[in-house]
Ligand binder design. Structure first.
Ligand code: OFO
Length: 174
């Protein structure tokens, strides 16, 4: 059985995962309108992953006798300054999510809820991967700078990366 405090904290995380999904979906849609098909495909996959993170939390809360609440969300931005700005935002956002997961882990320890603590370890590992990937992408974009040719090849590489990512995620779900 979850305590009220843990239930509330998990529902807050559900909201954050849902808003991450919407945020990345908005970035994907913008990238698609810019002809950046690789970037948009990568971000569509990323948005789906965040939705999966949200659903995993909802199901966990419900299984443990709580109620996973589907949140109302604010509209994310419609346009973005550049591809680099998009991925800098992704990195910033992932760092924020990592901090929130760490806070959540801290709450479960204080509440002596070791089951939820154990469940959250999956999110702790996931955040390490997601932050590292976002950081790698930002570094690549810094190297490319204003080179349009470089951006063309970057976009092509992102298609390959999103295929790898989609495969890994479906393996995680299996
Ligand atoms: Fe849900 O992992 Fe990123 O934010």
């Amino acid at each position: 059985m979850l305590s009220n405090k843990v239930t509330q904290a998990l529902n807050k995380q559900i909201e954050l995962e849902a808003s991450s999904s919407q945020y990345y979906l908005a970035m994907a849609s913008w990238a698609e309108t810019q002809g950046l098909n690789g970037v948009s495909q990568f971000l569509y996959v990323h948005a789906d992953e965040e939705r999966m993170h949200m659903i995993k939390l909802i199901k966990f809360v419900n299984e443990r006798g709580g109620h996973g609440v589907v949140p109302a969300l604010k509209q994310p931005p419609v346009t973005f300054k550049s591809v680099k700005a998009v991925f800098e935002e992704v990195l910033k956002h992932e760092v924020k999510v990592t901090n929130e997961i760490n806070n959540l882990v801290d709450i479960t320890l204080k509440e002596k809820d070791y089951t939820t603590h154990n469940f959250l370890q999956w999110y702790v590992s996931e955040q390490i991967e997601e932050e590292a990937l976002a950081r790698q992408i930002v570094d690549k974009l810094k190297l490319i700078g204003d080179d349009k040719g470089g951006l063309y090849f970057f976009d092509r590489d992102m298609t390959a990366l999103s295929n790898v990512n989609a495969k890994t995620e479906s393996e995680k779900k299996a």
